[in-house]
Ligand binder design. Sequence first.
Ligand code: XUL
Ligand code: CO
Length: 438
Amino acid sequence: MASYFKNIGPIRYEGLSSKNPLAFKHYNPDERVEGKTMKEHLRFSVVYWHTFRNRLSDPFGAGTAVRPWDDGTESLANAKRRVRAAFEFMQKLGAPFYAFHDRDVAPEGATLQATNRNLDAVVQVLKEEQERTGIRLLWGTACLFAHPRYAHGAATSCNADAFAYAAAQVKKAIEVTHELGGSGYVFWGGREGYSTLLNTDLKRELDHLARFLHMAVDHKKKIGFKGQFYIEPKPKEPTKHQYDSDAAACLNFLRQYDLLGDFKLNVETNHATLAGHTMQHELETAIAAGALGSIDANTGDLLLGWDTDQFPTNVYLTTEVMLSILKMGGLTTGGVNFDAKVRRESFEPEDLFHAHVGGMDTFARGLKIAAAIRADGRLAEFVRQRYSSWDSGIGARIEAGKASFQDLEAYILRKGEAAPNASGRQEFLENLINEFIA
Ligand code: XUL
Ligand code: CO
C-alpha cells in the first residue's frame, strides 16, 4: 500500500523529558485517570474538512497547502486516494475517531443520483479503512452551506425546493453515517439564519427548521440509527445571525419545538467566544440541561473577530473544559473533535501532525490537571460550602418547595436581617487553580 507520510512514523508517548516534537509528552493513551484510560476519556477525533480538504486559502490569497496525495481535482479516484492518506495520518497519530461532511469525502455530481453514487463509492473505501485500522466515525454531517442553492439557507430557506433538496441530502447523510457505524450526527446550521431582517420571516423560518429536524428524527427511527443527534451552536458567520446562536438559544429552540429528547449539543470553543461567552459557560449551560454531547475542540484569536479555528494550546482552557466534562461524568457518544486548521503559513503535511500532537497533549494535560484538582477536593469543597445555607433550615425548605412568599416574609420579620455574606474568594480560587497548572 502506498504511503503518503513516509518520513513520519507512529506518534508515541515519550513523556516530559522527550525533546522529540513528534511525540506525546502528556497523552499516554493507556494511562488511567479517574478509573478510565486517557483514550477513553478524550475520544480524540480528526475532522476531514480542515485536515484533508482545506487548501489554506483566505479571502486575500490562494491556497498554500502542499498535499502530495491530492491532485486538486473533483475526481472519484482523487477522493478515494484521499481516504487512504487520511487513514494513514489518523492511524499514525493514534486518533480513534474522525468526522466528515458528505461533500468532504465525495464530489457532488450533476444530479442527486450521481452525487449519491459518488458518496456510496467513497463510503465503501471509508468502510474498508475503518475495518483495517479500527478507527471509527464520531459523527457525520451534511454540507448545507457551500452550494449556491443554499444561498438563503437550507431548512430555513425562503425557497421550499432548497428545503426539499436539503432534506434529501440529510436523509442520505444519516444513512451513510448509519452504514459506517457513526456514534452521532451533527446539525450545524451554516446558513440557517439571516443577513437582513428586511427580507426575513423569522417565525416561519424557525417553524421550518423545527419541521426539518422532526423529519430527521422520524427518518433516524425509521432506519434504526441509534447514534446521537447534536446541534452545534454558532452565532454568526457566514450569516449575520444564526438561529442556533449559543447553547441557551439552542436549548430554548429544542424545548419550544419538543425536540429536546432527541438532541444534545456539540459545543465549539471558537463559536462560544464569537457568541461573547467562554467555552466553560457554554459547557455548563449545556450540562445544566443534561444536553452536553460532544465538543469541537479549537480556539479563536481574541484579536481577530472571526472563526479562526486554531488548534487548542492553552492549558487553562483545556483544564476548564475537562473540569466540566469530568464533573458531568465524562463523554459517552461524543468526543474531543479537532475542528481546527493549521495556519496558511503552515502548509506542509508535517504541520498537520504538529497541530494535532499539540492539541492532544494540551487536552491530556487539561485532563490530568482537572483530575488532580478534583482529587485535591478544595475547589469542590469551597463551592459546597458556598451554598451550604441551602442544605438545611430555610434554604432546604425553599428548595423543597415548602415555603411561600408569606413564609419568607414572616421568617425575615422574625430574623431582622439576612445572615452576613461570605467572600467569593475569586483570587484565592484563581491561585488554587494555578497551583495545579505549574
Ligand atoms: C463551522 C463548523 C462546522 C461544523 C460542522 O464553523 O464548526 O465545521 O462543525 O458542520
Ligand atoms: Co464545528
